[in-house]
Design a protein around this ligand. Structure first.
Ligand code: KG4
Ligand code: ZN
Length: 356
């Protein structure tokens, strides 16, 4: 059973083809991705209208590329899946519109997929796939959640951020250091040469006794620290960017300290979630799941706690079409179809909770 998956919820156009025959974990036959990051960088963040227009330009050439990789014609498809939400409304509409049109033209069913379900299930495409049940730590640019996952479509929310997402905390701190959007990977690279104990940034809600997160206060603490360092510079604060007077070593120290604060909270709360549920398996997904420090610390802590930890392949941590095709395949295999199957009409759900 061949399923095409289209992702267009934010600033990446992703298309992929999986084979979900029988009950075996779907197999990736091809995937192609176009990142719009460069286009949005000039604006310091995603410009929704530009994102939608670029998805329109990319989605069909990427689809052709994927079918060529697999050596199959479009007529071989059994299903067409797309991200239905959450995400930017205009961007989602491009994927939904194209998927529905393809389904109509090929006379094949169309399935709208939850973007976060794609992230949560993405480690099933890795060389070391998980087994249900597990605790999922979902850390992306828009979401930070801990979930208990008992199977496909069986998600229980254990805790989530009450303000900024972990990726947002990375991106906003990076911006304060003068790094280009999206700052997470750049901040993480800069942190490699810094001292993680140089500045004691807050670890919000670390001892709150629940599994919720809060990252909004972190950017204020980083701003205060950067201002302090800039004002202490002999030439005084800069007129261009606040962080300009800081030496590379100072910026690296701020980066390493803020990364340590975010990772510390994610680590401790994940371990609490494992304790509360009694589960011995952790899945880490979403863009921040690519963070090296997070992986190193989680790996060490999980070994000590006798917990198996699973990640998506590095290139499938951030948004992509493979996770959408995979989630569609696993939903179809699990028989979860009827409510979501689109019958020639489609909608998108820019706000759509995965688990209540
Ligand atoms: O999952 P994703 O591609 O998009 C959303 O669905 O939001 O996640 C993007 C987020 C951005 O905030 C980006 O800065 C962050 O993931 N990110 C990282 C790293 N790679 C991506 N954050 C920290 N370290 C990284 N290596
Ligand atoms: Zn995402």
């Amino acid at each position: 059973m061949l399923i095409l998956g289209i992702e267009s919820s934010c600033d990446e156009t992703g298309v992929a083809l999986v084979d979900a025959s029988g009950t075996a974990t779907p197999r990736l036959l091809g995937h192609a991705l176009h990142s719009q990051i460069e286009m949005h960088q000039a604006f310091g963040g995603v410009v929704p209208e530009l994102a939608s227009r670029d998805h329109i330009r990319r989605v069909l050439p990427l689809t052709d590329e994927v079918m060529q990789q697999a050596g199959l014609p479009l007529s071989a498809l059994d299903w067409v899946a797309h991200t239905r939400g959450p995400g930017l409304a205009g961007a989602l509409l491009v994927g939904a519109g194209v998927a529905t049109a393809l389904g109509f033209a090929l006379n094949k069913p169309v399935l709208g997929v939850h973007h976060l379900e794609g992230h949560v299930l993405s480690p099933f495409l890795s060389a070391d796939p998980p087994e249900f049940p597990f605790v999922a730590l979902l850390v992306s640019g828009g979401h930070t959640q801990l979930m208990r996952v008992d199977g496909v479509g069986r998600y229980e929310l254990l805790g989530e951020t009450i303000d900024d997402a972990a990726g947002e905390a990375f991106d906003k701190s990076a911006k304060l250091l003068g790094l280009a959007y999206p700052g997470g990977p750049a901040l993480s690279a800069l942190a490699q040469s810094g001292r993680s104990d140089a500045f004691a940034f807050p670890r919000p809600l670390l001892h709150s006794g629940d599994l919720d997160f809060s990252f909004a206060g972190l950017k204020t603490a980083v701003l205060t620290q950067v201002k302090k360092l800039a004002h202490a510079h002999p030439d005084g604060p800069a007129t261009t960017h606040l962080a300009d007077p800081l030496s590379l070593a100072q910026k690296a120290d701020v980066a390493a300290s803020v990364e340590a604060a975010i990772v510390d909270v994610l680590l401790k709360k994940s371990l609490s979630a494992l304790r509360v549920t009694g589960l011995k398996r952790l899945v880490v997904a979403g863009g921040v799941g690519a963070n090296r420090r997070l992986r190193e610390q989680l790996n060490a802590a999980c070994i000590a706690a006798g917990v198996r930890v699973h990640y998506p392949e590095l290139h499938l941590c951030t948004d992509n079409g493979a996770m959408i095709a995979l989630a569609a395949g696993m939903r179809i295999q699990a028989g979860w179809l009827d409510a979501e199957r689109s019958a020639g009409v489609f909608d998108v759900l820019p706000r759509w909770p995965l688990a209540a």
